[in-house]
Design a protein around this ligand. Structure first.
Ligand code: AHR
Length: 499
């Protein structure tokens, strides 16, 4: 049995948790929108064509904010194509994903869908092929009360009330050569600054996210953040981080250690923000938006073949990773890492929401089901609200191929307003259970203690439409008296101590 110890105190707080860390992402990519959230004619579609079976699953995830409409897609997108009568909207080639965008779902429809889902919209503007003027126009269209060209057009198009979109992305992955209109850090910093200024002059209640590096591994990483922030620091609120992991060589211990990299990535970007703050003698703190994160690798080969066979289609099954149990463990570890960095990470969006590297899958004309990775996100979103507590952890450790001193047990803890504590813990050891000794003396007694475990004997086990519950959490008996909890080998655990 592995040994680990966790000490918590209600006065040792990392930060209040911004609920937007449980955000998600809907891109006009593959089947995320078309046959994902939207499928007119489906037996469960509502009058607007939105699948209610998908909405039910989204509501179970309790997603506070959804990034939209891309992604790589946004860097060639003309937002005006997505408004007005749907029948008059142009079909456009999307160069990012080599598909054809019908624009059947646009800004108004997505705002309606988000309302139905109980989510806010985080809207990305195009700073690839377009610039500050078009960015200003869409803010005026979405948020101005009326009495101007763009806001009156919104009313004419059926929405007299503004959409009130509060969070905006200044483009997407602008450092990446694969991006339409990619830029140097200086070029991007300048255009982001001018766009942010004009957007905020139009609506001073909005916040904006500047593009950080598209990955920790980019050759320009670090220099990109420093240079672009030097140009736009005063006018931006967050820097974006994107991070995906995979297990292509089937080395599960190394894969599960990837969150050591995520933690270093987050801390490094926060340090660079602070370095620019120092250089500028600024009092303002720029925080982080981890607005794309997940496991992504299962579908790579399949996508290459599909693109060769069928370029320029609509609703092609792209990026359809089928997630297994070990992916759910990594997602749990990523959520733990996000919670432990709650002082800097204020927004995080699992990429994406439906079909495209997603917790929810659908079959056109058929069912909708939860993939393995749905469950850690659902439980964290449901119970991980309030304050993030500083977890004083000790755990036995081991080395993996790329990481040293990887703790077998990793954990985060949250304190809800009513005094209840939730501990999220993963045992990375694939063979041995771990005993987690929890020291929570300062909290007094709890009315109820529960323990939910996500485990499967086969780390490659998946959920399918026919077997949707193959991998799902189950409640196990917990005798809390001495604070000792057994975490099964290879498990995601949610321990709830209710006041
Ligand atoms: O989420 C899939 C893609 O990954 C996004 O479009 C892009 O921003 C990232 O490279």
């Amino acid at each position: 049995m592995r040994k680990a110890r966790l000490v918590l105190d209600k006065d040792y707080v990392i930060a209040p948790i911004d609920k937007r860390i449980y955000g998600s992402f809907v891109e006009h990519l593959g089947r995320c929108v078309y046959t994902g959230i939207y499928e007119p004619g489906h037996p469960r579609a509502d009058a607007q064509g939105f699948r209610q079976d998908v909405l039910d699953l989204v509501r179970r995830l309790d997603v506070p904010i959804v990034r939209y409409p891309g992604g790589n897609f946004v860097s060639g997108f003309r937002w005006e194509d997505s408004i007005g009568p749907a029948a008059d909207r142009p079909k456009r080639l999307d160069l990012a994903w080599k598909t054809t965008e019908p624009n059947a779902v646009g800004l108004h429809e997505f705002a309606d869908w988000a309302k139905k889902a109980g989510s806010d919209v985080m809207y990305a503007i195009n700073l690839g092929t377009r610039g500050p003027a078009q960015a200003q126009n869409v803010v005026e269209y979405a948020n101005h009360r009326g009495g101007s060209y763009w806001s009156d057009l919104r009313a004419k198009n059926g929405s007299p009330d503004p959409f009130n979109i509060k969070l905006w992305c200044l483009g997407n992955e602008m450092d990446g050569p694969w991006q339409m209109g990619s830029k140097t850090a200086y070029e991007y910093g300048r255009i982001a600054n001018e766009a942010a200024k004009m957007m905020k002059w139009t609506d001073d209640s909005i916040e904006v996210v500047a593009c950080g590096s598209s990955a920790f591994t980019m050759p320009t990483f670090g220099e990109w953040e420093y240079t672009m922030l030097s140009e736009c620091y005063d006018n931006v609120d967050y820097v974006s981080l994107h991070r995906y992991y995979g297990n292509p060589h089937n080395d599960t211990p190394d894969f599960l250690a990837s969150t050591m990299d995520l933690d270093a990535f987050i801390r490094t970007v926060a340090s660079i923000c602070d370095a620019v703050k120092g250089k500028k003698h600024s009092k303002k703190q720029v925080n982080l938006s981890l607005d794309e994160w997940n496991v992504w690798y299962h579908s790579n080969q399949q996508d290459q073949e599909l693109h060769k066979r069928e370029p320029w289609g609509t609703a092609l099954p792209l990026l359809e990773d089928v997630y297994n149990f070990e992916d759910a463990l990594l997602v749990g570890l990523m959520l733990i890492t996000i919670l432990k960095n709650a002082d800097r990470v204020k927004v995080a969006c699992m990429a994406q929401l439906v079909n495209v590297i997603a917790p929810i899958m659908t079959r056109p004309g058929g069912g909708a089901w939860a993939q393995t990775i749905f469950y850690p996100l659902q439980q964290a979103s449901r119970y991980g609200r309030g304050k993030s507590l500083l977890p004083q952890m000790t755990s036995e450790k081991a080395d993996t191929k790329h990481y040293t001193d990887v703790p077998f047990v990793d954990a985060a803890a949250t304190l809800a307003e009513d005094g209840s504590v939730t501990i999220f813990a993963v045992n990375r050891d694939l063979q041995e259970a771990a005993e987690l000794a929890c020291d929570l003396r300062a909290f007094g007694t709890f009315r109820e203690a529960t323990h939910s475990v996500l485990h499967h004997d086969d780390v490659k086990a998946v959920n399918t439409e026919d077997a949707p519950d193959n991998v799902r959490p189950i409640d196990v008996k917990l005798d809390w008296k001495d604070g000792r909890v057994i975490l099964p080998a290879a498990s995601w655990n949610v321990i709830r101590l209710v006041k």
